[in-house]
Design a protein around this ligand. Structure first.
Ligand code: SF4
Length: 789
């Protein structure tokens, strides 16, 4: 049977439709005191509870025009008075709201008005904008009476403006699905381990499970995981694929892998977008994001449609391409990037873009009810990054500085906050500065300060001083975390070095809210993904990552066999040496002698990893005293990108020497020195985090929660760093090398179990005492000191 009514070719939410058709004028991210999502939901609840019996909240509605289906949930409808409420929560005076925001609200309200007229067969309806002030809990209602006829005409006009775009999107979705079904792997064959990884990713996507995959470096994890999820896409009807990385270099690797996939025939119809942080994309870092300050915010929405059209045609919007298009149309590249998330297929971004408390990617996915697939690259970094995202620090010096320049309206609240710092010192419950709970009086005063800043900025937006804004956002972030405070986080006070530039160098005081276990925060993000794959070369034990990150109970795990043969890497454990703090002085000579003898036996470039800069400097000094002929170069604190490049430039095919670096630092993972550029590594530390008040609190918490306090706090994070660092040596089937693990604890069964299965480990007898007695000789069997095979 056929019908004259065209089947809907595209479905769009009311909000998305109106944002596309009714947004005009300036971008305005001047501080608008936007309530949090939680406050917004609570505000909607208050409004609904105030309405009379019979009031309908959250009414699902849908309508069609020209093959476009529009759906959404009206905030509230009162059948008795035939009024639809579009509720907007806010803070501060309404007359400061930009007129284009108000116009957008009316567009949404009128579309809901028509959809309700349609559903309840009404001839007319009262359309109301209800502005709910979350500070005063008061409502401001503006309403208009509209006929169904007029609202229908408005609705159809919006749909018409969206239709040609919508048809183009429907055509793209069809082409994308067809091309992904035909997608071919970009290489002649899979490498060892690559196929099993790709198959596991595909199976997990089909089963809608989270997959945690440990796979060695060098097998092509990025292209394998992307290929598998893209193949699964048509069957699973994904809307977006988010590829998340811990570092900028990871984004480059992902974009390269996508370029390989796009080079296959037939080429997949994919739109790819790279997201970077605002601080990297902003063209006017000294300005605020509104039309009165930044030229790229002025008229943003008026020029957006043309920029968007051009951006869609580009297919690959990496950072440079996006910037070029944005500047051509005189709009902000950062906010154009956010807009293009709506229309991209694959978004390559940072962990923060998805896991942070205010992350944009999960929020937009939830708003549009997308089905998303998520790839988390170098996932072993997510624990530390997750902790950082859900931690916050406030410095007393920031408040003191602000007090001096603050406008009169803010001085008294800031004074009160200064006094609270003194209370904090008194309230400490123990010597290390831990507070038994969030300091309530401090938080209450901080809330007052934030409210005062909010009011001030709403009244005097032109006085949006950068320092004041920065403090305001820091304070709001801190308060949000206080609201979420539970056993997973602690609050403490620490004494910090005095701020640079102060005449009186009195130490500073910091109030820290430290997340210890990010699982409670990250769990919902994993649950929101239709498919999620975490991968890395170091993810064992899986239970550790599952517990600490909050992975779903149904997660699948895969440990891909290494493609490397045991004879490619000689691993030697010096099982009579100790690098414990108390033993460092006595073992240092033996350590540098082992290093020197290995370089003499097999000249080439080596990396030597130590636990701290101080230890590293001592080792260089001792090596130089005893083996002056060996070339050395070293990592230093806070190296710039140029300095890091120059450090790596020492590793040439023909050079020989030892590069000293800190375990867990920028040369301990993510660097690639294939072939003769790196032939070995010395690791003179287990990488255990130093015992501290915070780590001991963590240990107790993890013992109570998971029964694995020491392992989860110290051992697993430490050995993970060791394996990452040692993993620099073998990067391909052609590499040969040697790794020295210079501490007797590496020989213990519980540590050996954590080392990669393919490593063939041998013990060497080298001890501090014997080497100290005979400084130029060694107890190492000469046969063991051979060139890397
Ligand atoms: S260029 Fe910078 S200041 Fe201007 S709107 Fe973009 S992010 Fe804001």
């Amino acid at each position: 049977m056929t019908s004259d009514i065209p089947a809907p070719h595209h479905t769009v939410g009311v909000r998305a439709l109106c944002e596309f058709t009714a947004k005009a004028g300036d971008l305005d991210h001047r501080f608008t005191p936007t309530p949090t999502a939680r406050q917004g939901v609570a505000g909607h609840g208050v409004v609904a509870r105030r309405r009379p019996p019979g009031y309908l909240a959250e009414v699902s509605v849908a309508g069609e025009h020209g093959g476009l289906r529009v759906r959404g949930r009206a905030d509230g409808y009162d059948p008795a008075s035939q009024r639809v409420d579009e509720v907007k929560t806010h803070r501060g005076p309404l007359d400061k709201m930009p007129s284009n925001h108000r116009a957008l609200h009316w567009a949404q309200a009128k579309v809901y008005g028509w959809l309700l007229c349609n559903r309840f067969e009404l001839d007319a309806i009262e359309v109301a904008l209800v502005y709910f002030d979350i500070s005063s809990q008061s409502e401001t209602v503006v309403s208009e009476r509209h006929t169904a006829h007029g609202l229908r005409a408005f609705f159809e006009a919006q749909c018409e403006r969206f239709l040609s775009w919508s048809r183009q999107e429907a055509a793209h979705a069809g082409a994308r699905a067809e091309s992904l079904r035909a997608l071919r792997f970009p290489h002649a064959g899979f490498r060892a381990g690559q196929r099993s990884l790709a198959e596991a990713v595909y199976r997990a996507a089909v089963a809608r499970r989270c997959l945690v995959a440990q796979a060695p470096t060098g097998i092509g994890k990025t292209v394998a995981t992307l290929f598998a999820l893209l193949k699964a896409w048509p069957g699973q009807s994904f809307d977006k694929l988010y590829f998340l990385t811990a570092k900028g270099s990871g984004r480059t690797v992902a974009l390269d892998a996508l370029a390989q996939l796009r080079s296959t025939q037939p080429a997949p119809a994919l739109r790819i977008l790279e997201l970077v942080a605002r601080i990297s994309a902003c063209e006017h870092p000294d300005k605020a994001c509104h039309g009165d300050a930044c030229p790229l915010a002025r008229g943003f929405y008026d020029r957006l449609p043309a920029a968007r059209r051009q951006a869609i045609e580009a297919s690959v919007l990496d950072r440079e391409a996006l910037r070029t298009i944005a500047l051509e149309h005189r709009i902000c590249p950062y906010y154009l990037g956010q807009e293009m998330v709506l229309w991209a297929d694959v978004v390559v971004g940072d962990f923060n873009h998805y896991f942070d408390i205010n992350a944009f990617l999960p929020a937009i996915a939830a708003t549009h009810e997308w089905r998303i697939a998520v790839l988390v690259d170098e996932a072993h970094n997510l624990l530390e990054r997750g902790r950082a995202m859900y931690s916050a620090t406030l410095l007393r010096s920031t408040v003191q500085t602000l007090r001096r320049s603050a406008p009169a309206a803010l001085r008294r609240p800031l004074d009160r906050l200064s006094r609270r710092w003194r209370d904090l010192l008194r309230d400490r419950s123990d010597a290390c500065g831990n507070h038994s709970a969030a300091p309530d009086r401090f938080a209450a005063t901080l809330r007052d300060v934030c409210a005062a800043i909010t009011d001030h900025l709403a009244e005097q937006p032109e006085q949006a001083d950068a320092n004041l804004l920065a403090f305001h956002f820091e304070a709001l972030h801190f308060l949000r975390l206080v609201e979420l405070l539970d056993d997973h986080s602690i609050v403490d006070t620490t004494v910090e070095p005095a701020p640079v530039g102060r005449r009186r160098r009195t130490p500073d005081l910091a109030l820290n809210l430290r997340n210890l276990v990010p699982a409670p925060h990250l769990r919902a993000r994993f649950a929101a993904a239709d498919a999620c794959v975490l991968f890395s070369a170091t993810l064992t034990p899986f239970s550790f990552h599952a517990d600490m990150l909050g992975l779903p109970k149904t997660s699948a795990y895969l440990d891909v066999d290494s493609p490397f043969a045991p004879d490619q890497l000689t691993v030697r454990i010096a099982d009579r040496l100790s690098t414990r703090y108390r033993d460092r002085e006595s073992s240092l000579t033996a350590i540098v002698d082992v290093m020197a003898q290995q370089v003499a036996a097999a000249p080439g470039n080596y990396l030597a990893f130590f636990s701290s800069f101080e230890y590293l400097e001592q080792a260089i000094e001792r090596l130089s005293e005893r083996h002056a002929g060996i070339a050395v170069w070293a990592q230093s604190r806070g190296m710039t990108a140029i300095e890091r490049d120059s450090f790596l430039a020492h590793f040439t095919e023909g050079s020989s020497g030892i590069a000293f670096a800190v375990l867990g630092g920028s040369f301990a993972e993510g660097i690639d020195l294939p072939g003769r550029r790196l032939v070995g590594a010395f690791v003179a530390t287990l990488g255990l985090p130093p015992p501290s008040a915070v780590n001991e609190t963590l240990r107790v918490l993890l013992e109570a929660t998971f029964g694995a306090g020491y392992a989860y706090t110290y051992l697993y994070p430490g050995i993970q760093k060791v394996i990452q660092a040692a993993g620099r040596v073998i990067r391909s089937e052609h590499d040969r090398g040697v790794v020295y693990l210079l501490d007797e604890r590496f020989a213990r069964a519980e540590v050996r179990r954590l080392l990669p299965r393919w490593w063939s480990v041998e013990r060497i007898a080298v001890s501090s005492a014997r080497l100290d007695d005979a400084p130029t000789s060694s107890t190492i069997n000469a046969r063991q000191l051979s060139a890397p095979r």
